[in-house]
Ligand binder design. Structure first.
Ligand SMILES: [Zn+2]
Length: 126
């Protein structure tokens, strides 16, 4: 006899994987932001040492700062609003019968909809 996996457990596992993926993505974006900030610092030091700023260096200076923000903002947002992002990526299904829309308050314990009798678990045998 196979025990069906409760929906809550399955969602928890998918969210765990999604959380890991989000954190890896945040670290990668953070590293890219750091690289852009280093480039920005390099242009800053170089222009202060040479005493003049050419047009191209000026563009590179600001562009590297824009790129740092471009990477850092989504990385920070993913870490700050991680629960929100996870709920959006892996939502809890609406606890209503897919057949008739009857609200299923004890969804996890039910095999069939008490209203229309539709089978609620796809992974149950027979
Ligand atoms: Zn129903």
């Amino acid at each position: 006899m196979s025990h069906p996996i409760p929906d809550g457990v399955w969602i928890g596992r998918v969210r765990m994987v999604a959380r890991l993926a989000l954190r890896i993505a945040s670290v990668v974006l953070g590293l890219l932001a750091a690289r852009s900030l280093l480039a920005w610092g390099y242009y800053l030091v170089e222009s202060s040492q040479s005493g003049y700023v050419s047009g191209m260096a000026y563009v590179q200076f600001w562009w590297s700062l824009v790129m740092a923000a471009f990477y850092a903002v989504p990385a920070a947002a993913m870490l700050l609003w991680e629960p929100v992002v996870l709920r959006w990526l892996v939502p809890i299904p609406d606890r209503r019968c897919p057949g008739c829309g009857y609200p299923l308050l004890s969804h996890d314990a039910q095999e069939r909809c008490p209203e229309c009798g539709i089978r609620l678990r796809a992974n149950d045998p027979a």
